[in-house]
Design a protein around this ligand. Structure first.
Ligand code: HEM
Length: 130
């Protein structure tokens, strides 16, 4: 099946904030939650309050389970047009991944040297004054 992603602007989504037509923008994806309002375990109030808007932050603040994230897909109707997207996608740049272990390695060896010096100094002290 060919997948055609429908694109929306934030402007045209703004007014879709009623119980009869409720959408949410989460991580640049557009979700029609009209039929989900009553089923949402967190209640319909929160969804209606955020309807027509970007709910990425509140959605993440609640730490939704992977089940909830899987369920979201069912309600996805499209994405934001390129110009309206934010760079908040949970995609990690490979550079970050490369940097982190390196930094850890550095800090580990930075600790090791003084630690060994400390042990050596203690042993020497005990030898001399025991
Ligand atoms: C399409 C979007 C959403 C889906 C599919 C969804 C789904 C779910 C699911 C399945 C739960 C049960 C707990 C879990 O599995 O994590 C949940 C809980 C909750 N959700 Fe959502 N949610 C969505 C959007 C939001 C948004 C935008 C908010 C705004 C704050 C929100 C607020 C909450 C709260 C407060 C709970 C906790 C309820 C409790 O534990 O008493 N949800 N949601």
């Amino acid at each position: 099946m060919e997948e055609q992603t429908k694109l929306f602007t934030r402007e045209e989504l703004k007014c879709r904030n009623t119980r009869e037509d409720a959408i949410l923008i989460i991580h640049n994806g557009v979700y029609d939650v009209t039929k989900f309002l009553e089923e949402h375990p967190g209640g319909e109030e929160v969804l209606l309050e955020l309807a027509g808007q970007d709910a990425s932050e509140p959605f993440e603040d609640v730490s939704h389970s992977s089940d909830a994230r899987a369920l979201m897909k069912k309600y996805k109707i499209g994405e934001l047009v390129e110009a309206d997207r934010t760079q908040t996608k949970p995609a990690f740049s490979p550079q970050w991944n490369n940097d982190q272990p390196q930094e850890q390695g550095n800090s580990w060896s930075a600790w090791l040297v003084p630690l060994l010096l400390g042990v050596a100094a203690t042993l020497l002290y005990r030898y001399l004054f025991a």
